[in-house]
Design a protein around this ligand. Structure first.
Ligand code: SAH
Length: 372
């Protein structure tokens, strides 16, 4: 007889606090006799100080710490690999509770660093030039996992009180994991936590129209970057399959309706593919498409990789495209790849099955989208 099953019952699974907003934490802990004040202290420990072990929350009474440890835990992505480029860009391979893996990237800048984080494991969007899409969508990240990337990277990099920007440009489509992404933004903005203003966060989307419409009414509004990549419906549908149900016209119309604060603009990302969408005609069509929108264009020369059926255009072609936009008074920047020596390239996050050698897998590294 298997006696291992007849002993004392397994202790109940401990509840994970990682994805709870401060008010939720207060409500959850109240029946345990934890006062709201203490719940806020706990939130501060977790999200501002990056401490997930209750025993280290030294301003809580010992018996309370013990009670918390018995009933709760704070899950955290585990740094499984870390690669540093000569230019300072660092990519982190993170293991989640279910052994899935994602990546997040640290991009230092003279004035302010940027953290690039993921919102999904894999991605359902299947853009023709993006490796992440090849994985398909494995699953959504939880709010705790989205915020956890920031917590873990800040601790690993010793960022302390340093300010940084965040771009949601890692794996996944943030508007396809809408509720979790917005909750994560609220948690990051909480003054009890890192107090990261949404003005320092850029949400990059393939342009899901319903998501854009919802985003319009959010009290916490991040900067918006829309991945356009095309100037005709045919091109768009071929490069961004979701474009078949969300036409360019609809996406641009949704952008036109987007409420923008004074001086802010929508960034349009445009991956340049040699001989596909990088002609002078494309540039001129792009100018017309964006007419009347407070826009800036971020050109991303393709980061080529085996399995991506496109080429990167020459610098001359890139400059010619950028020149036409500039001549028509469109603010334009070119995103130069960072971290080439660690094969870091934007849009190339694909980590499943590459568990042991982070140095070999492709990662995303990109400059902040604002390259004025
Ligand atoms: N799903 C979001 C965030 C994803 S990645 C979005 O589509 O915007 C951030 C940017 O990297 C997007 O503009 C994406 O199109 C781009 N990208 C993807 N693959 C790329 C590649 N191989 N080379 C250059 N940019 C790429």
């Amino acid at each position: 007889m298997d006696t291992s099953r007849t002993g004392s019952p397994a202790p109940p699974a401990r509840v994970d606090l990682a994805g709870l907003e401060a008010a939720e934490l207060e409500r959850l802990l109240e029946p345990d006799g934890v006062r709201a004040f203490h719940a806020r202290q706990i939130y501060r420990w977790i999200h501002r100080r990056g401490v997930s072990d209750f025993e280290r929350m030294t301003d809580l009474a010992r018996p309370l710490r013990a009670r918390l440890s018995a009933r709760f835990h704070v899950s955290e992505p585990v740094v499984e690999g870390r690669d540093r480029s000569a230019d300072g860009t660092e990519k982190f391979l993170l293991r989640l509770g279910d052994e899935r893996r994602i990546e997040a990237v640290f991009i230092p800048e003279a004035d302010r660093a940027t953290l690039c984080i993921s919102t999904q494991v894999g991605c359902a969007m299947q853009c023709a030039f993006c490796l992440t899409g090849r994985m398909g969508l494995v699953r959504n990240l939880s709010p705790g996992e989205i915020v956890g990337q920031v917590r873990v990277l800040t601790a690993a990099l010793g960022l302390g009180d340093e300010r940084f920007n965040i771009v949601l440009m890692g794996m996944g489509e943030p508007l396809h994991n809408y509720a979790a992404t917005m909750k994560a933004l609220r948690m990051l903005a909480d003054p009890l936590g890192l107090a990261i203003s949404p003005r320092r966060i850029t949400l990059s989307t393939v342009g899901l129209v319903s998501g854009l419409e919802r985003l319009r009414d959010e009290p916490l509004m991040p900067n918006l970057a829309v991945s356009l990549h095309a100037t005709t419906e045919e091109q768009r549908a071929a490069l961004v399959p979701v474009g078949r149900s969300h036409t360019l016209t609809e996406v641009v119309a949704a952008c036109r309706r987007f409420p923008l604060k004074r001086r802010s603009r929508i960034t349009f990302e445009y991956v340049l593919l040699d001989g596909v969408n990088d002609s002078p005609e494309d540039a001129r069509r792009l100018v017309r498409l964006l007419a009347g929108i407070k826009a800036k264009v971020n050109l991303i020369p393709l980061n080529a990789a085996p399995g991506i059926p496109f080429d990167r255009p020459t610098d001359q072609r890139v400059d010619r495209f950028a020149g036409i936009l500039a001549d028509h008074h469109v603010t334009v920047s070119v995103r130069r790849s960072r971290g080439r020596d660690i094969r870091a390239a934007c849009g190339q996050l694909i980590v499943e099955g590459l568990k042991r050698s982070p140095a070999q897998h492709l990662a995303a590294a990109l400059e902040p989208s604002d390259g004025r």
